[in-house]
Write a protein that binds this ligand. Structure first.
Ligand code: SF4
Length: 507
């Protein structure tokens, strides 16, 4: 059985250059017998050995389940369920934004009636964030539609923006939905959060089930608070080892996606455990979970622990109940990664699984650097970039665009001192390095947007970006080339004008 598993894993890895990466990434091989009730293609593997302080297990029980299965079991009022089952789930939070919100509202009204009321005005969160700072009339109209609907339905959580000339004049305005959800206390362990955006999986960092849905499903949830979901089987990623100081969570997820490919987790849950994960901050856990959809994952999930609870302390007063995978829960596959052996990575154009070592791309001349988005525009992402600029004492060689994810991130960039800088803020360090002034918080050029979007690639240029997708046209021009990278690697690249390895500045 073990050799069968190894063989199937090898075929997954065969399409990529194995030599650079194989030593730090190996699938678990301790397979044991199939159980009667297992799915035909689901392979049962033994639960991994855990360190005593791991919070990721509740121990052995009769009907063992993974975290994701447990969350969905509770949300569907079942004591036990199996991967592949279709279940009706009670939704805790539904999020929509200015791109998909109008369509969702249209479906809700068409199916439930023009005068229908949403199922729960306090469980719907509406966040304008995508096409905000633009003169595009259709984009502006989308925000107007959201505003009218929220007024009509008395939606409690609507993070509105009216004055586009000065985002700071809009205290309710937050910015990029996934980071705003976390900062405003809408992400809670054990809950189900659905959103009309594929990177809703970001919230799995809190130990909850979070996934993106389409407008039709969202319209149904808006009216009923329920959705029919198929229970995904779970892949488990065990990351151990000391994280080198030149790596960030972005490197970890690029490593994983490069290994399993963009289809490697299709309709599967990706559970992240291990000593390295336990040491990651909440923002870094978000970076990890944010990109599971780039491997086709249904959701990503990190067990809630003290780090989670501390982050939530001043953000929510609601009760929540974390759940953890049982000792003998069934994972269809396990992957072990020795993080201490990893090197800084990039994903080359035009796919997030087109992995390469940053040092192998040093001859790639670039035109610009973009630091922003839900994946790479959080406070810690900017602090990481500032650390590289500070260490170098040099100026950037290409235009370097900075787009904070939210208003809170923007304030932190301007207000918080960077450790080891003698009291300088990120904004001061960025100015000294010659970067562009940090822009108004929103999705920005992460997905192109209207032509007047700040930092949009309107020419066929080469960009190193901390965002999550590098498909053709993603940031504007269809012939643009995007290298996905961590904030460390992005900042190092800005300083050299080529794809760079941050070790050149951080060691
Ligand atoms: S920042 Fe980019 S990936 Fe994130 S929600 Fe906005 S458009 Fe999507």
């Amino acid at each position: 059985m073990a050799s069968t598993l190894m063989a199937s894993c090898s075929s997954i890895f065969g399409a990529k250059n194995k030599s650079s990466f194989a030593s730090c990434f190996s699938p678990s091989i301790r397979a044991h017998s199939f159980r009667k009730h297992a799915l035909n293609k689901v392979l049962a593997v033994m639960a991994p050995a855990r360190s005593p302080r791991s919070p990721s297990s509740t121990g052995s029980v009769k009907h063992a389940m993974t975290m994701t299965e447990k969350i969905l079991a509770r949300a569907s009022e079942k004591s036990h369920l199996e991967p592949g089952e279709n279940i009706w789930v009670n939704v805790d939070v539904l999020m929509t934004h200015d791109v998909c919100g109008p369509g969702t509202i249209g479906i809700f009204k068409k199916e439930f009636g023009q005068n229908a009321k949403v199922w729960d005005r306090e469980k719907i969160v509406i966040i304008p964030d995508h096409y905000i700072f633009t003169s595009d009339e259709r984009a502006n109209r989308n925000v107007d539609i959201l505003r009218d609907f929220c007024l009509e339905q008395n939606i409690k959580y609507f993070y509105d923006i009216k004055d586009l000339g000065d985002f700071k004049a809009n205290p309710d305005y937050k910015g990029v939905c996934h980071i705003a959800l976390a900062q405003e206390g809408h992400c809670r362990p054990g809950e189900v959060l659905l959103g009309t955006d594929s990177h809703t999986c970001n919230a799995g960092a809190f130990g909850q089930f979070a996934t993106g849905i389409g407008n039709t499903d969202a319209g149904f949830v808006m009216g009923t608070g329920k959705l029919l979901l198929k229970v995904p089987p779970t892949l488990r990623f065990i990351l151990d080892g000391e994280m080198p100081k030149y790596l960030l969570a972005k490197d970890l997820i690029l490593q994983i996606i490069g290994e399993i490919t963009v289809a490697g987790a299709t309709y599967k849950s990706m559970e992240f455990v291990g000593s390295t994960i336990e040491r990651l901050s909440m923002e870094e856990r978000m970076t990890l979970c944010n990109m599971v959809v780039e491997a086709g994952g249904k959701n990503g999930v990190v067990p809630a622990d003290e780090t989670t609870f501390k982050y939530l302390e001043d953000k929510t007063s609601k009760n929540f109940e974390p759940v953890y995978s049982d000792d003998n829960a069934r994972f269809i596959q396990e992957y072990r990664i020795d993080v201490s052996k990893l090197e800084p990575l990039v994903a080359k154009p035009h796919s997030p699984d087109n992995r390469a070592l940053a040092r192998e791309c040093k001859d790639v001349k670039i035109d610009r650097v973009y630091i922003g988005s839900c994946t790479g525009g959080k406070k810690e992402d900017f602090f990481a970039a500032a650390k590289v600029f500070l260490a170098s004492g040099k100026k950037v060689k290409v235009p370097t665009f900075l787009v904070p994810a939210t208003q809170k991130v923007w304030m932190d960039i301007y207000g918080l001192p960077v450790p080891g800088s003698g009291g300088k803020t990120c904004s001061q360090i960025f100015e000294e390095a010659g970067c562009d002034v940090p822009a108004s918080p929103n999705c920005g050029a992460c997905l192109g947007g209207p032509r007047d979007t700040y930092a949009r690639m309107n020419e066929p240029q080469v960009c190193v970006s901390t965002t999550n997708r590098n498909f053709p046209g993603r940031m504007g021009h269809k012939e643009g080339q995007i290298y996905l990278a961590s904030p460390y690697t992005a900042a190092a690249s800005a300083l050299t004008g080529y794809v760079a390895d941050p070790r050149d500045f951080l060691l």
